[in-house]
Write a protein that binds this ligand. Structure first.
Ligand code: SRM
Ligand code: SF4
Length: 562
């Protein structure tokens, strides 16, 4: 590519294995911030520099620097954590963070509000729990997602194991993390070359997810790299390999768009590492390193063409992909309440609104989970929908967990209209530096108002996917919402409609840059039509497409041939 490289490319190349001047920046007591270049590099270590946007203007007027703090994100393949790990993260969020724990849409933990001087002790303490934050952010493979289904079958355990092996395989090799945060001594002359990534890592972030049909909770078509488990007679035989999904867009830049992954073919179970490495290195070598807006794998595939990209992947694997096997998804949500696993152990999926655990008057989420973790003998699983599974519970322990849930008000989260349990909102204000409108903080009010409309039209029990993002980056995967709000400016959103209920069809822009009054008035009219004109059990997203309210969006053709 002849265009000049983006500045981030130079930064990566000159960073001495992602070390930069992070140590000096951390030691500088004059400011609560890092040097700009170090703030970029920090992402590769699993943390983002932020400032409290609610206070920004006031501090500017007082001629104070912004109220800087840091968000830390864990790497947690498949979202599995032990009770001891839970307790440790909770303690850190309470000691150093803003007294909340955030479960993310990629099955990880985030702790917000950490001051610069506390960054190192917090990362070191997380590491002591045998969780790390390496590559949780940055131009590398991010947290690997796995269908959060409780271990109902041997196949679930096998897929989780494959994801962990892959996550480890795709970790950067530099020892920068260990030196900066864990005080490991630098070994002079040690070989720190990056066999998978090379010296400038990837052109952009790279995301991987494993889905186990019939549940598409990981929204596998939104991942750069997707694996759809193929089971025959209950045995995991391999995976369909998907590539090129992504959500992020930029308002007003038509070159950017959300895209669903293509199904490239079928691979045997023993080819996971080879296939992942092939897709990742093809992106490494062919991705756009000049314009970061166009550097995700989805654009590389569209530039090269799907067939050419597939050929490239096959060359790198060293053999042709087999034809994709048939599979079918039923939905991309979670299943709430208790479910019995094949081994007689129980799994309880809890609704956690926006994935935020805090102690409020009505719901003492943080304390409740702390009490459960103190007694729980199984594990926890963070779901891709920001919810939580209390997993592997013995039958005799169920009653005690139920009692703790009630005692802390956590059972309350399933109250109200059905759509509430599927709703997703990204973090947005006040911590997200890129937010244009509220998301997480707006969701409770929005849901109350939408519930009133649904009730008015007799649709209270309708499972409708509502997703809200504070900007077009799409961290709540809004382009896969049957109804989605994508932030444009304070109090103003693009209203998107028409995704399906399985994560196989993108929605479309319905109304641009409208305020709440207009949003609710649109929804009121649409719900009235839906109640009157729907066919059978038709989902809302399918209804708006069938009736031409929105133009039929892209559907995954290759998905179901069963
Ligand atoms: Fe995201 C950037 C939060 C999942 C697409 N995302 C951010 C940052 C770090 C803002 C920033 O760069 O300064 C946000 C931090 C907010 C905060 O205060 O915590 C942020 N993203 C999140 C989380 C916490 C949202 C949530 O509510 O759970 C999710 C953390 C996942 C994790 O554990 O790793 C999160 N982000 C996603 C997803 C969904 C997914 O991956 O399944 C997407 C869409 C999928 C995709 O990547 O295409 C997503 N985030 C983005 C983008 C747009 C990328 C693009 O291709 O254009 C950005 C901005 C960027 O990279 O430039 C972004
Ligand atoms: Fe921030 Fe935008 Fe992501 Fe929301 S969608 S967390 S506002 S980057």
């Amino acid at each position: 590519m002849s265009e000049p490289l983006s500045s981030v490319e130079t930064l990566k190349r000159e960073s001495r294995g992602l070390r930069g001047t992070l140590r000096e920046s951390l030691d500088d007591a004059v400011t609560g911030a890092l040097r700009e270049s170090d703030a970029q590099l920090l992402k590769f270590h699993g943390s983002y520099q932020q400032d409290d946007r609610d206070l920004r203007e006031e501090r500017r007027l007082q001629k104070l620097e912004p109220a800087y703090s840091f968000m830390i994100r864990t790497r947690l393949p498949g979202g599995v954590a032990t009770p001891a790990q839970w307790l440790a993260l909770d303690a850190l969020a309470t000691r150093y963070g803003n007294h909340t724990l955030r479960l993310t849409t990629r099955q990880a933990f985030q702790i917000h509000g950490i001051l610069k001087q506390d960054l190192k002790p917090t990362i070191a303490a997380i590491n002591q729990t045998l969780i790390d934050t390496i590559a949780a952010c940055g131009d590398v493979n991010r947290n690997v997602m796995v269908s959060a289904n409780p271990v109902e079958s041997q196949a679930h355990a096998e897929v989780q194991a494959d994801a962990i092996v892959l996550s480890e395989h795709l970790l950067p090799h530099t020892r920068a993390y260990h030196e900066i945060w864990l005080d490991e001594q630098q070994v002079v002359g040690a070989d720190e070359s990056e066999p998978v990534y090379g010296p400038t890592y990837l052109p952009r972030k790279f995301k991987t997810g494993f889905a186990i049909p019939p549940i598409n909770d990981v929204d596998v078509f939104s991942q750069d790299l997707g694996f759809v488990a193929i089971l025959e007679a209950g045995e995991l035989v391999g995976y369909n390999l998907l590539a090129g999904g992504g959500m992020g867009t930029t308002h007003g830049d038509a070159r950017t768009y959300p895209r669903l992954a293509d199904v490239l073919g079928f691979i045997r179970k023993d080819q996971v590492i080879a296939a992942a490495t092939a897709v990742l290195t093809a992106q490494r070598d062919h991705g756009n390193r000049s314009d970061r807006k166009l550097s995700r794998l989805k654009y590389t595939i569209d530039r090269l063409g799907v067939d050419a990209f597939k050929h490239e992947v096959e060359l790198r694997i060293g053999e042709a992909l087999q034809p994709a096997r048939s599979f079918r998804f039923q939905h991309n949500g979670d299943r709430f309440g208790w479910i019995e696993g094949i081994d007689g152990r129980w799994h309880h999926t809890l609704r956690i609104e926006s994935g935020r655990l805090r102690d409020s008057e009505s719901i003492r989420g943080l304390s409740g989970l702390r009490a459960i973790a103190a007694e729980h003998r199984g594990d926890f699983r963070l779901t891709p929908n920001q919810n939580l599974i209390i997993a592997n519970v013995a039958a005799e322990d169920r009653a005690r967990i139920d009692a703790l849930l009630v005692e802390h008000g956590l059972h309350e989260q399933l109250r109200g209209a059905t759509f509430r349990r599927f709703a997703l909102a990204c973090v947005s204000l006040p911590t997200c530096t890129l937010a244009m409108a509220e998301a997480e903080r707006y969701l409770p009010t929005l849901m109350d108002r939408v519930e009133a409309l649904l009730t008015k039209h007799g649709l209270r029990d309708e499972p409708i996917l509502l997703r809200v993002s504070g900007c077009p980056n799409g961290c709540s995967r809004p382009y896969l919402g049957e109804i989605a709000l994508v932030g444009k400016a304070p109090g103003r959103y693009n209203l998107m409609l028409g995704a399906d209920f399985e994560g196989r069809r993108l929605n479309r822009l319905h109304r641009e840059n409208i305020d709440e009054v207009a949003i609710l008035s649109e929804l009121d009219a649409l719900f009235a039509r839906f109640a009157a004109e729907r066919e059978g059990d038709e989902h809302f997203g399918d209804f708006v497409v069938r009736t031409g309210i929105v133009r039929a969006p892209q559907t995954i053709a290759a998905e179901v041939s069963a």
